[in-house]
Design a protein around this ligand. Structure first.
Ligand code: HEC
Length: 104
């Protein structure tokens, strides 16, 4: 390995190690940004056709996402969205919207 390659490896590993977000957190942030685009940052939806998540109980929200995912509840958008989520995403996102709604 020449000096430049060593330097390259050093810089690359530094960039990777010092990245403040893990891949998992990045994935979670991407998902949350998607939800927020439709449902609003605090779950208060800016669109009359999209329901507010604000003030809704986390257990209720979790059940809806599981129902969308399983096909028990169907919606052209939410069925697709819910299929992207694993159990951990569902519990983190519903907790987020539950807590975001009590911030103000
Ligand atoms: C493209 C817009 C869009 C995106 C993105 C989106 N949603 Fe939705 N969401 C909707 C619409 C529209 C409905 C209403 C569906 C229906 O009529 O059954 C809904 C319904 C819901 C419901 C059920 C609410 C209730 O009162 O029963 C939950 C929970 C929910 N979304 C959570 C999420 C989460 C979490 C994400 C991100 C992973 C997300 N949504 C992303 C548009 C969106």
């Amino acid at each position: 390995m020449n000096t430049w390659m060593k330097l390259g490896v050093f810089v690359l590993s530094f960039v990777c190690l010092s990245s403040p977000l893990t891949a998992q957190e990045n994935q979670y942030n991407k998902l949350r940004n998607m939800c927020v685009a439709c449902h609003g940052v605090t779950g208060e939806s800016p669109f009359s056709s999209i329901p507010n998540l604000q003030w809704q109980n986390s257990q209720y929200l979790e059940a809806q996402l599981i129902n969308f995912k399983s096909g028990q509840r169907q919606d052209i958008t939410m069925t697709k969205v819910a299929r992207l989520l694993n159990d951990e995403d569902i519990s983190k996102l519903t907790q987020y919207f539950n807590q975001a709604s009590t911030k103000e």
